[in-house]
Write a protein that binds this ligand. Structure first.
Ligand code: ADP
Ligand code: ZN
Ligand code: ZN
Length: 723
């Protein structure tokens, strides 16, 4: 008699599918199979084998197995099953997140040979005006080993130009086998970096590798040299045949970090981030799955990859909100990493200059060991912070006179200045100075943001955009001008005030093109006087030795927000951006412009003691019955009308009325309308993680079984970062 298997599919449904297994097939959990589904054949992942076939139903057979080993080994499978339950997200989608796109599509789990192009020995007879083709031919001649199509397009040539060369017999293709990975090259380094005495002291307190699951929270102030500690830890604790995972918030912003790891571990270093192409993803995925002794530096989704020899995890900037996935499978890579260290009984280091309140609370409760590193490396002093009250001061592009003259002084000394525009809560909008009219997105409850470069107004919550008008659309007044601070306006004002100094803008718009951030960093790191102006991106982990002054254009967004996480995030951002000042030999100064210079939070910030502020914030969270003292989840609903969304949540609310559970709402979300969907939420809170998880499971079951599929879209966000 044939047995059956339960298969998970890459679909947003909380359901597994039963198939019979042909006798010649040996299946195990985590294995990829091909199954008939409706009229299609699709890829599935085995969840369970040997289950009893339900009586009276004729099952279809599994077509075949894509390979005879599990693509997701036992530990990864357990991790994802746990995450599926913890975040109440369908198992199929969770499991497929751990596969590279090629394997999700059912392609074979092997590296494909790459097609490359090289110049032939034919002598060129190209028309005199075929400049591009000539240049491409020269490029190919310079690379006798061959260039891939992607390398050719990256260099600025088109497929058409290549085809023309090939048609004339000047270029030919060859198949290049992927090189076998060699890990012997530089990985013989046994000595780590030379640590400063303070670093040495911190490093000694980190728990050694063989002691099992032992999370350490490394609180190291900005510029204290946390990367050196990680490097030292791995050289001492990671055996040559083992794997390590180093999570970073955003790899492209800090290419120096990867370079520093490569210096010690050479070819053992691999990277994982969103800019990799499908081929590169498959290649790296296979190395990890094959147990090669990789040290993987990666962003969020690296936490889910199928390691088989994982024996150390590092989470750098563990407070960073980009570790939390914002849609679909809403996992936190940091929290998944902690659970993974537990599964593997291996050490994990969470590092930050501004640890999350969650992690600090875990340290207070003795779940994590707190290791403090409160001196900067290279004898640099911590920057000094001061508040600059801008009430009734004239501002230009958001900048006050004292701030401009401080920038002037830094430049005079041959140093660099960084101007930070806190976007959170602020955006430039077009406003009529006669009638007060502002332009709102027709599809969302937000104002349109003005982009000076192309005179466009855009919605940052949907794709809506429109051209900015010269006159007020309401009263036709000509006094229709941008208000609020955007980076572009600040950049223009700085350009006018300092015509001889380069002004470098760093934000999403200016760094979109591949390689542009590298070019910017290169220019800044030459050290010549310049002014950096930008948003949140500038607060992240950069090491600019010649920046001595940081000006925060406006600190006040977040001081009075209704979002309970806003004060924590504000302080973290301000301390992180302040930490860019004075990292080299010269001391750093930070000027924070504010209209609330007597606000206790900002005053505490100037004393520079993060742990003291965090204690205060933790006390407020505790008395407010908020995370991390409670487990929280949000049930979100999106309908065609607000009434529909609220009604939907109201219909679920009675299920939550039980001891140990509190609910707030249903209420409209902070941005109540987005892309014409009306958003409401029900916040569910509990002192017990278990009770919360149990309730969420029941809610999902209930909603999945509703005979009529509700018109309202709903989703669950466990440990939400946005409300
Ligand atoms: P953090 O990540 O803690 O803010 P970094 O790791 O970026 O700090 O280190 C800050 C700077 O100090 C870097 O330029 C780094 O190369 C340097 N540095 C750190 N530790 C040492 C050391 N032991 N000896 C020399 N330079 C160091
Ligand atoms: Zn919109
Ligand atoms: Zn008007």
């Amino acid at each position: 008699m044939s047995s059956t298997a339960r298969i998970a599919l890459n679909r947003p449904i909380r359901q597994l599918f039963d198939y019979t297994v042909p006798v010649e097939l040996q299946l195990q959990p985590g294995q990829r199979v091909h199954v008939p589904f409706g009229r299609q054949k699709i890829t599935g992942i085995v969840v369970e084998t040997g289950s009893k076939p339900p009586a009276g139903i004729t099952l279809k057979p599994v077509s075949y197995a894509l390979e005879d080993w599990p693509a997701l080994p036992a530990e990864t499978f357990r991790l994802l099953s746990w995450a599926s339950d913890y975040y109440q997200h369908p198992l199929g989608e969770c499991l497929f997140t751990a596969l590279p796109p090629a394997l999700r599509r059912g392609q074979p789990a092997e590296e494909k040979p790459e097609i490359c192009w090289r110049a032939t020995s034919a002598s060129p007879e190209l028309p005199a005006n075929a400049h591009k083709q000539k240049a491409l031919l020269t490029l190919l001649q310079e690379h006798p080993e061959g260039l891939s199509m992607s390398a050719i397009t990256k260099a600025g040539y088109t497929q058409q130009q290549l085809k023309s060369l090939a048609g004339k017999g000047l270029a030919e293709s060859l198949i290049r086998k992927p090189e076998p990975a060699s890990h012997t090259a530089d990985s013989d380094v046994t000595t780590g970096p030379t640590l400063s005495p303070a670093q040495e002291k911190a490093a000694e307190q980190l728990v050694e590798g063989e002691n099992g699951f032992n999370p350490c929270l490394l609180f190291g102030i900005t510029g204290s040299g946390k990367t050196e500690i990680y490097l030292d830890y791995l050289t001492k604790n990671l055996a040559r045949d083992k794997q390590a995972l180093v999570l970073v918030p955003e790899i492209n912003l800090t290419p120096q970090t990867v370079a520093r790891f490569q210096r010690y571990f050479g070819a053992r270093i691999a990277v994982w981030h969103s800019a990799l192409n499908d081929r590169e993803r498959l290649e790296t995925w296979l190395k990890i799955r094959n147990g090669e002794p990789i040290i993987l530096i990666g962003t969020r989704s690296a936490a889910l990859l199928p390691f088989t020899q994982l024996s150390a995890i590092i989470v750098d900037e563990e407070h960073d909100s980009s570790y939390k996935q914002g849609d679909g499978f809403r996992y936190s890579a940091r929290d998944v990493a902690v659970y993974r260290a537990h599964l593997n009984q291996c050490p994990i280091i969470l590092g930050s200059a501004t640890p999350s309140l969650e992690s600090l609370n875990n340290a207070k409760q003795g779940k994590y060991k707190l290791v403090r590193l409160e001196e900067r490396a290279k004898n640099a002093a911590p920057p000094s912070l001061s508040l600059l009250d801008i009430r009734s001061r004239p501002l230009e592009g958001g900048l006050s006179r004292p701030a401009i003259s401080a920038i002037q002084q830094a430049l005079n000394k041959g140093e660099q200045a960084l101007v930070f525009v806190n976007r959170r809560g602020f955006a430039p909008v077009m406003m009529c100075f006669d009638c007060g009219h502002t332009v709102e997105c027709p599809r969302c409850d937000t104002r349109l943001t003005y982009h000076r470069r192309d005179r466009a107004m855009r919605c940052h919550h949907c794709d809506y955009q429109t051209a900015a008008t010269e006159a007020c659309p309401e009263c036709q007044s000509e006094a229709f001008k941008p208000v609020g601070q955007g980076t572009e306006r600040t950049e223009d004002i700085l350009g006018e005030a300092f015509p001889d100094t380069p002004v470098v803008r760093v934000d999403r718009d200016s760094t979109q093109r591949k390689g542009s951030i590298q070019a910017i960093l290169k220019q800044v790191n030459k050290g010549d006087p310049c002014i950096l102006v930008g948003t949140q991106m500038l607060a992240k982990g950069h090491d600019f030795p010649n920046v001595t002054l940081v000006v925060v254009v406006n600190a006040d967004g977040g001081l009075f927000s209704v979002d309970f996480r806003a004060p924590e995030q504000l302080i973290q951002t301000l301390l992180q951006v302040s930490g860019r000042a004075g990292r080299g030999a010269k001391p750093g100064e930070v000027l924070i412009q504010t209209c609330h210079s007597d606000h206790p939070l900002l005053k505490a910030l100037c004393r520079g003691n993060y742990l003291e502020i965090a204690d205060q914030l933790l006390a407020e969270r505790e008395s407010g019955l908020l995370p991390p003292f409670r487990a929280m989840a949000i049930l979100r609903a999106e309908g065609n009308t607000m009434e529909q969304s609220l009604q939907f949540l109201d219909s679920v609310k009675p299920m939550t009325q039980r001891p140990g559970i509190e609910t707030w709402g249903p209420l409209p979300a902070l941005i109540a309308r987005r892309a014409d969907r009306h958003r409401a939420q029900l916040i569910i809170n509990s002192g017990s993680r278990k009770s919360l998880n149990y309730l969420l499971r029941q809610i999902c079951q209930h909603l999945d079984q509703m005979p009529m599929r509700p018109r309202t879209r709903w989703m669950i966000d466990v440990d939400p970062l946005e409300s």
